[in-house]
Design a protein around this ligand. Structure first.
Ligand code: FMN
Length: 351
C-alpha cells in the first residue's frame, strides 16, 4: 500500500511539473490529488514523527529531517500559492507565481534528497553527502534563479487577431497610455525570438507585452491609445536592455520622449507598462513628470516576468498628482489567456 502510494505520488509530482503541456485545470487537479496523497503518506508514516526528536542525531538524520521540513514547507507554499493562482482567494500584493516556482524547485530537490536518503543503503559515504549538499545548493539557486530564467527564455506565441476579436464594452471616455520595449527598439529581422524573452510572437511579428494588453484594452473599450516613445533606441538584445535600464536608474536619467498625449479631455487614464528592475521604467516616469495629471485617475496595468507590481505603484504615486486606482498585474506568459481577467477589470469603466 505504502509503496503503491509513494510511486503514484512520484508520478503525480512529475505530471504536475509538466504544467506547460497541460491545461490549468488538469494541473490544478493534479496538485490537489498530490496534496491529499502527501497527507495520506504522512498518516501512513506517522511513526516517523513519533520518533522525530528521539535518539541520536547523526549527520544523516539531520539531513533527512531538514529535507522533510523543506519538502513540507515547499508543499504548503505550493498549495497556498497554487490556490492564489487558481483564484480561490485574492492577495495581489504577493508575487504568487514566483513563490509557486520557488516552491516547486525547493520541493523537487527535497524530494530528490529524501529519495536519496532512502537509497543511502546503496549510496554510501562521501558521495552521499556531496550529492545532498549539491542538491541543497541547487535548490537555493533555483528558487532565486528559475523565475529569472523563465523570464529570459520563455517564448510566448499569440494570435493577435484572435485576442483582439471578441466582445466589446460600452465604456466612458478613457485614454490608454502604454510603454513597451517593442516600439522603442529596432529589431534586426534575424533576431531570434527566444533571445528577446520579453516579446510575444504572432507568426514572425514581434509584439510587446504591454503593447498587446494596450491593444486589447483599446479593442474592448474603443478608447484613445497613446504609445510612450523615447528618442533613444533600446538595444534589441534583452540582456543589454536590462543593463541600459540599470544605468538609467543609477544615473537618474529621464529618457527624452518623442511626444506627449493630449490629456486635458480625459479624466481616466489606463497606464500600461512593463516592470523594470522591480519598478516603473524611466520613460514612464518621464511621461508622468511631463504631463499635468492633477485631478485625473490612473488605472495601472503592470506586465512583468514574475515580479508582480514590484515597487512600481509606490513609484507612480511619487511621480504624479493623479490618483492611482485599482492596479492590475499580469505575468507576461499569462497575457494570451488573460483576456477574461482584463475584460472583467474593464467593466468598471462602464457607465
Ligand atoms: C529592462 C528590463 C527590466 C526588467 N525587470 C524586471 C523585473 O525587475 N521584474 C520582473 O518581473 N520583470 C522584469 N522584466 C521583464 C518585463 O517586465 C516583462 O517581460 C514585461 O512583460 C515586458 O513587457 P514589454 O514586452 O511590453 O516590454 C524586465 C524587462 C526589461 C526589458
Amino acid at each position: 500500500m505504502k509503496k503503491f502510494l509513494d510511486s503514484a505520488l512520484l508520478i503525480l509530482f512529475f505530471v504536475g511539473l509538466s504544467s506547460n503541456f497541460m491545461s490549468a485545470k488538469i494541473h490544478e487537479a493534479a496538485g490537489i490529488i498530490f496534496l491529499v496523497g502527501v497527507i495520506a503518506h504522512n498518516v501512513l508514516n506517522r511513526g516517523y514523527y513519533k520518533n522525530f526528536l528521539r535518539g541520536k542525531f547523526n549527520r544523516r538524520r539531520l539531513v533527512n529531517h531538514a529535507t522533510i521540513i523543506l519538502f513540507a514547507a515547499g508543499v504548503v507554499a505550493l498549495a497556498i500559492s497554487g490556490a492564489a493562482l487558481a483564484k480561490y482567494f485574492s492577495a495581489p500584493e504577493m508575487n504568487w507565481r514566483s513563490i509557486h516556482l520557488g516552491a516547486v524547485i525547493a520541493s523537487t530537490i527535497a524530494l530528490f534528497v529524501h529519495i536519496l536518503i532512502h537509497a543511502a543503503r546503496y549510496v554510501k559515504g562521501k558521495i552521499f553527502y556531496a550529492a545532498s549538499i549539491t542538491a541543497f545548493i541547487l535548490a537555493v539557486g533555483a528558487i532565486f534563479g528559475l523565475p529569472y530564467l523563465d523570464r529570459w527564455f520563455h517564448k510566448v506565441e499569440v494570435n493577435r487577431a484572435e485576442i483582439l476579436h471578441g466582445e466589446k464594452l460600452n465604456v466612458e471616455k478613457i485614454l490608454i497610455v502604454y510603454f513597451s520595449r517593442v516600439g522603442n527598439t529596432n529589431f534586426p529581422a534575424e533576431v531570434d525570438a527566444v533571445s528577446g524573452a520579453s516579446l510575444m510572437l504572432d507568426g514572425k511579428e514581434k509584439i510587446g507585452n504591454a503593447q498587446m494588453i494596450a491593444e486589447f484594452v483599446q479593442s474592448v473599450t474603443g478608447g484613445e491609445i497613446f504609445e510612450i516613445q523615447t528618442e533613444k533606441i533600446y538595444p534589441a538584445d534583452y540582456g543589454e536592455t536590462v543593463q541600459v535600464a540599470k544605468e538609467e536608474f543609477s544615473n537618474g536619467e529621464l529618457p527624452a520622449l518623442k511626444n506627449l498625449p493630449e490629456v486635458e479631455s480625459f479624466d481616466k487614464i489606463i497606464l500600461i507598462y512593463p516592470l523594470w528592475w522591480s519598478t516603473l521604467p524611466k520613460p514612464v516616469e518621464n511621461f508622468l513628470r511631463s504631463c499635468d495629471l492633477t485631478d485625473k485617475k490612473i488605472f495601472p496595468i503592470v506586465t512583468h516576468g514574475g515580479g508582480g507590481f514590484g515597487e512600481s505603484i509606490d513609484a507612480l504615486k511619487n511621480f504624479t498628482r493623479a490618483e492611482i486606482s485599482e492596479p492590475l498585474e499580469i505575468y507576461s506568459s499569462d497575457i494570451p489567456s488573460a483576456r477574461k481577467i482584463i475584460f472583467e477589470h474593464l467593466k468598471k469603466f462602464t457607465p
